[in-house]
Design a protein around this ligand. Structure first.
Ligand code: GLU
Length: 413
C-alpha cells in the first residue's frame, strides 16, 4: 500500500463515521493542483543531471497552501499527494488558517555537494515560482531540507521578483533570515506537548517514563529532549544506520555527540545494536516513531510493548495496524496531531514576517502549546463521543473544519 492509499483510507473511515456528504469526500479525495518539473543541475564535474521535482497543492479551503519540500530518493507523486493531504488536515487540527501542500525532489541529498544542493533548491523555486508565494503557497523544510535551502529559495524568489523583500514566501528560515524562534524545535516540542496530554489522560507519570525514539532527525531528537525535560528517560534510538537499545537510558545530547563524532548512533556507550523490529517493540512507556512512513505493520503492532505512541513522523503506522493497537489499549497521538507543532510555528513565522515584528521564544512556544493542546483535547472528546481511536477522531475533527470552510465558500463558478 502506498502512502496516498493510506491517507484516503483514513479519510474514508472518518467520512463513514460522521456520514460525510459525498461531495465533500470527493473534493477531499483529489488534490486541487499537481505541478511537476524537470530540474536540470550542472554538477561539480561538469555533467548535467536532471531531477524530478513536485509541488502538490491539495486544498486551500481554509487558507493558502502550506507544507514542506522533501529531498529523498524515494519521493514519488503519490507520496507527495499523501503528505499534502495530511498538511491540509494538520492545519485544521491545530486550527491555523492555512491549507495543505507539499513539495519534493527525487534525489539522494547525501550524494550531492553543497553547491549542487544549492543549485537544486534554487532551480526548484525557479520552476514553481508562479504557483508559490506569500499569499498563495508557502513551503517549509521537510526530510533532508533545512534552513539553508529555505534561505536559498527565499533569495531566488526575491531576485526573480525585482528584489522584493519576501520573507513570507517560505518558513523554517534561520533566525537571521526572518525565521521564528522555536521553529527549529517546533515539531518535536509539539510532539512532547501532545504526549504530555496523553500521559495525563492515562494518568501516567512522565517522571521516569521510558521513551524509545525511532529516527534521530530534527523531530525525534527534540521530542526526546523535551520529554527528557518533563522527566522521561530515552532508552532506545535509531538512525539510517541501525537501531540501539540503551537499558540504563541516556541523554539525547550525549547520543547526538556520539553521532556527530562517528556518523551514527551505533556503538554508543552502554548500548546494544538491535533490529528495527526489536527497537519498535521494546518495552517502554512512550514510543516515538519519528522517521519515515509505513514502519508499524500489523505484525509489529501485535508485539508493541508501550502505552503511548506519539507519531512525530508522517504516516508511520499502516492502516491494518490501527485496530491491533486499539485492542491493546495503546493511546496513539496520530501524526496529524503529534507533529503539527512544526506547521503551527511555521504559521507563526509567516505571521511575524507579514507584520514585521518578532516574538520571543516563550511567546511563540506558548501560542503553539495552546493550539496543539486544544487540538488534543478536541480530538480526545470526539474519540469518546464516537467511541473510536484517536486517529479517526482527529481526522473527523479536521474534516469537519475543512467542510465548514467549503460550506462557507460554496463552489464557484
Ligand atoms: N514538513 C513539516 C510537516 O510535515 C512542516 C511543514 C510546514 O512547516 O509548513 O509538517
Amino acid at each position: 500500500m502506498n502512502a496516498y492509499d493510506n491517507a484516503l483510507r483514513q479519510l474514508e473511515k472518518a467520512a463513514k463515521l460522521i456520514k460525510l456528504d459525498k461531495e465533500v469526500v470527493a473534493r477531499l479525495s483529489a488534490p486541487e493542483k499537481v505541478a511537476m518539473a524537470s530540474l536540470p543541475v550542472k554538477m561539480d564535474d561538469g555533467s548535467l543531471q536532471i531531477f524530478q521535482g513536485y509541488r502538490v497543492q491539495y486544498n486551500s479551503a481554509r487558507g493558502p497552501y502550506k507544507g514542506g519540500i522533501r529531498f529523498h530518493p524515494q519521493v514519488d507523486l503519490d507520496e507527495v499527494k499523501a503528505l499534502a493531504f495530511w498538511m491540509a488536515i494538520k492545519c485544521a487540527v491545530v486550527d491555523i488558517p492555512m491549507g495543505g501542500g507539499k513539495g519534493g525532489v527525487v534525489v539522494n541529498p547525501k550524494s550531492l555537494s553543497q553547491s549542487e544542493l544549492e543549485k537544486l533548491a534554487r532551480t526548484w523555486i525557479r520552476s514553481f515560482r508562479d504557483i508559490v508565494g506569500p499569499e498563495k503557497d508557502i513551503p517549509a523544510p521537510d526530510v533532508y531540507t533545512t534552513g539553508r535551502e529555505m534561505t536559498q529559495i527565499m533569495d531566488t524568489f526575491s531576485k526573480l521578483n525585482g528584489n522584493k523583500y519576501s520573507p513570507g514566501v517560505i518558513t523554517g528560515k534561520p533566525i537571521s533570515m526572518g525565521g521564528s524562534l522555536a521553529r527549529n524545535v517546533a515539531t518535536g516540542l509539539g510532539t512532547a506537548y501532545t504526549v504530555r496530554e496523553a500521559a495525563k489522560t492515562l494518568k501516567i507519570k512522565l517522571k521516569g517514563a521510558k521513551v524509545v525514539l525511532q529516527g534521530f532527525g530534527n523531530a525525534s531528537t527534540f521530542a526526546g529532549e523535551y520529554l527528557e525535560k518533563m522527566g522521561a528517560i530515552v532508552v532506545g534510538v535509531s538512525d539510517s544506520k541501525g537501531s540501539i537499545l540503551i537499558p540504563k537510558g541516556a541523554k539525547v545530547s550525549k547520543i547526538l555527540e556520539h553521532k556527530a563524532k562517528t556518523g551514527s548512533v551505533i556503538g554508543f556507550a552502554g548500548s546494544k545494536k538491535v533490529s528495527t523490529e526489536d527497537l519498535l517493540t521494546a518495552k517502554c512507556d512512550i514510543l516515538i516513531p519519528g522517521a519515515l512512513e509505513n514502519q508499524i505493520t500489523a505484525a509489529i503492532a501485535k508485539k508493541l510493548n508501550c502505552k503511548i505512541i506519539g507519531e512525530a513522523a508522517n504516516g508511520p503506522t499502516l492502516p491494518e495496524a490501527d485496530p491491533v493497537i486499539e485492542k491493546k489499549k495503546i493511546l496513539v497521538v496520530p501524526d496529524i496531531l503529534a507533529n503539527s507543532g512544526g506547521v503551527c510555528i511555521s504559521y507563526l513565522e509567516w505571521v511575524q514576517n507579514n507584520m514585521g515584528y518578532y516574538w520571543s521564544f516563550d511567546e511563540v512556544a506558548s501560542k503553539m502549546e495552546k493550539n496543539i493542546t486544544q487540538g488534543f483535547k478536541d480530538a480526545y472528546a470526539l474519540s469518546k463521543k464516537h467511541k473510536v481511536d484517536m486517529r479517526k477522531a482527529t481526522m473527523v475533527l479536521a474534516v469537519e473544519r475543512v467542510m465548514e470552510a467549503f460550506n462557507q465558500k460554496g463552489i464557484w463558478p
